[in-house]
Design a binder for this molecule. Sequence first.
Ligand SMILES: Cc1cc2nc3c(=O)[nH]c(=O)nc-3n(C[C@H](O)[C@H](O)[C@H](O)COP(=O)(O)OP(=O)(O)OC[C@H]3O[C@@H](n4cnc5c(N)ncnc54)[C@H](O)[C@@H]3O)c2cc1C
Length: 428
Amino acid sequence: MFTDDFKETPYWWEAAPIAERTQGDLPGQKVDVAIIGSGYTGLQAAVQCARAGRSTVVLEAEALGYGASTRNGGQISTSVKFGLAELTKRYGQEIAEGIVAEGQASRDYVEQFIRDEGIACHFNVAGRFDGAHSPRHFKKMAQNVVAGRYQNSGAYMVSEADMPAELGTKAYYGGMVFPRHANLHPALYHKGLLGVARAAGAEVHSHCAVTGLKRQNGGFLLDTVKGPLQAARVILATNGYTGGITPWQQRRVIPIGSYIIATEELPEPLIDRLMPTDRNICDSRKLVYYYRRSPDRKRILFGGRVSLQEADPKVSGPRLHREMVHLFPELADVKISHSWTGKVGYTFDTLMHAGQDDGLFYAMGYCGSGVGMSSYMGMRIGQQAVDDPRGMTAFNRIPFPTRPFYTGNPWFLAPSVMAYRLWDRTGL
Ligand SMILES: Cc1cc2nc3c(=O)[nH]c(=O)nc-3n(C[C@H](O)[C@H](O)[C@H](O)COP(=O)(O)OP(=O)(O)OC[C@H]3O[C@@H](n4cnc5c(N)ncnc54)[C@H](O)[C@@H]3O)c2cc1C
């Protein structure tokens, strides 16, 4: 099942290791902006703050980019999971239109940023294919396309007969293509973004957990493992890794493990038959599996949620392999070279959120669709922290819900996963 050189770390770290350990302490330093978390949100915010002339320090508890930003599937969508009708019901037309527009903007922003900054990260507008898991799902997809639910996306249907051009599996009853969706190499993107933030003047500290945060003299005092730091403003960019130093946010973000495997290198004719395109692939189940070819087109990267409780990558790997083989029986003897996990930041309303409380800014809750959106929201929250009016988003205008007795431990996850599994079996 596992290759001899099997690793429990992301395949992406082969091309972009996150080994750097920065030097230097923070002996009571005073800065304009302190950013907690060095993923896409934190670094995009840092670019904005530093370019606006603010002294900016990024503090990361682990290695730089340790969180979801170097572990994800690299799929870029428009990120917002609801259509205009549902959002209008919830928030009224103006905010709903704003949210839909931010979704589109997030996808376009990340493309433009990568091009403008010349980041070599295999950015590829390859599109996304959503496989219909049952005839009923195919019908629903077709109805949505005809009704224009996916405004300006160019979404179109693929019949079961045309499936071989999309995917070499008999598991789907056709599906739907979103041609504007893109993908990239997440860790190379992170590495490039880190370089941009540093070039802009941001100071970045790895292995520098923030262990305490309190208000002092109209600003903040941060306790870190490298000493104290005073900051006029703080940006919280911790998403699925949000902890006890910010209990208000911790009560609103649900950390959920997501799991990915990479296969060993496959023969070219096999991968070309099974995955003839570079598209991102998802299916219509509630417990979604997401997969794609690696940027060098030699491996399959297959991800999803395969356990009720959080699991070790050695345990999740074979389970993902089983699901992959269910779709592609020809891969039964193919070995796993990498199996890893990372934390997605979910929310109770399945939307991302941004806001501030008297100088403490936050952007988080991307619900598993954060490559484009966390980049965009990081950029926007950075603008907000330097009082740039362009920073305001529709997500600042909606409530950030929690639930009674929820304090950051998602005890309800196992029963939810179980219920979704049963639901998926019905094909409804
Ligand atoms: C397995 C997996 C697959 C995914 N696939 C996709 C995908 O294909 N497409 C997509 O759009 N999205 C995907 N996502 C989601 C996406 O990766 C995230 O939404 C995005 O990376 C969030 O970025 P971030 O900067 O907000 O948070 P992160 O990158 O998670 O960074 C948060 C950081 O905060 C640090 N931190 C926390 N507390 C402290 C503290 N007290 N002091 C200092 N540092 C602290 C953490 O160590 C962490 O490094 C996936 C996520 C996972 C885990």
